[in-house]
Design a protein. Structure first.
Length: 139
């Protein structure tokens, strides 16, 4: 089981996000709701997808002995107009920089595996997931 906790800071809608692995991040919204002090939750979702597919791409490209020098993963999400403004389309672009000749077939295979085989974020978003919620009161 993987767990994170989002804790309200008490300031507008600024939240501290803490993970079981001991790492932290923050989320916020633009004014008037927030102070624009951190990434939006929707941006963090896209960032998680880019980071997850990206780290898998790096590992696979190295395994396939491709001369990767740099990688930037751009993730663009198109959202619905009406609330809850869900993402209706997400596009991932891998901007690759190389230190030599590549095998296009191996590179394409690595990127496909990074997205469709090894990234749990991609699998969750592309296949859907059952999300429940409940309440626990503390006094």
């Amino acid at each position: 089981m993987t767990k994170t906790t989002a804790r309200w800071t008490g300031n507008k809608v600024l939240f501290d996000i803490e993970s079981d692995s001991g790492h932290a991040a923050q989320i916020d919204e633009a004014p008037i709701l927030g102070d624009n002090a951190a990434m939006r939750p929707t941006e963090m979702l896209l960032g998680a997808l880019g980071g997850c597919t990206g780290l898998n791409a790096v590992l696979l490209l190295k395994k396939f002995k491709q001369p990767l020098r740099g990688l930037e993963v751009e993730v663009v999400g198109e959202r619905e107009q009406e609330w809850p403004k869900a993402f209706k389309k997400i596009e991932i672009t891998f901007h690759c920089t190389w230190d030599g000749d590549t095998d296009d077939k191996l590179v394409d295979q690595a990127l496909d595996l990074a997205c469709n085989r090894y990234c749990p974020i991609h699998a969750t978003l592309s296949h859907g997931v059952n999300i429940g919620h409940r309440r626990k009161d503390h006094h």
